[in-house]
Design a protein around this ligand. Structure first.
Ligand code: HEC
Length: 171
């Protein structure tokens, strides 16, 4: 009787870990969100600095800009596509000067808004990566061609849907 109870407790304790193992994306999201130093601040920063264009929930269609919700995770495909995001003028030149604070906000964007587009195994942004890449801010003149190139990579290498070429889901 006691033994059955112990086993039941063990099963309850292990269930979330087993579930995470069965769903590598969920495990990656949990890990990514856990890397955020101050989740409240990260969300607040996103709302203050980014939501005006991208929407509080990452929903911006039919505005002519890439929708983040359920899509931005694909852009974590390679070191180059990650760097593209960090070099976008709105990010690289953000008024948030603290690189950890900016990394936290971007990890909120990727793992929370990115949802089902998060590629299993995606490592969170770090302050060092943000510091390194934001030094190479893109000029707005090159943004459209830049995005096209990185979308190609995400489709070819990371299973992003063809549809990711558009700024938002058109169906
Ligand atoms: C003034 C409006 C505006 C603001 C504010 C803004 N963005 Fe953007 N964002 C855009 C536009 C427009 C693009 C598309 C750039 C392009 O490729 O032409 C974009 C592209 C992006 C992309 C690339 C997504 C993809 O699929 O290519 C990310 C990520 C992003 N923004 C995140 C942010 C974050 C984080 C912030 C806040 C620091 C922010 N943006 C603030 C307008 C804005």
């Amino acid at each position: 009787m006691k033994r059955a109870l112990v086993l039941a407790c063990l099963a309850l304790l292990l269930a979330p870990q087993l579930a995470a193992r069965q769903d590598p994306r969920a495990a990656t999201v949990t890990q990514g969100l856990a890397a955020i130093t101050d989740p409240e601040l990260a969300r607040g920063d996103y709302v203050e600095h980014c939501a005006g264009c991208h929407g509080v929930q990452g929903l911006s269609a039919p505005a002519k800009l890439p929708e983040l919700r359920g899509r931005v995770g694909y852009m974590m495909c390679t070191a180059e596509t990650r760097a593209y995001m960090l070099r976008l003028p709105n990010i690289a030149k953000s008024r948030i000067s603290d690189n950890q604070q900016l990394a936290d906000m971007l990890n909120f964007m990727v793992y929370s808004l990115g949802g089902e587009s998060v590629i299993p195994g995606t490592q969170p942004f770090t302050a060092a990566e943000v510091r390194r890449e934001r030094a190479f801010a893109l000029t707005s003149a090159s943004l459209v061609a830049e995005r096209r190139r990185h979308v190609d990579t995400a489709i070819r290498k990371c299973g992003a849907p063809e549809e990711f070429r558009n700024f938002y889901q058109t169906r």
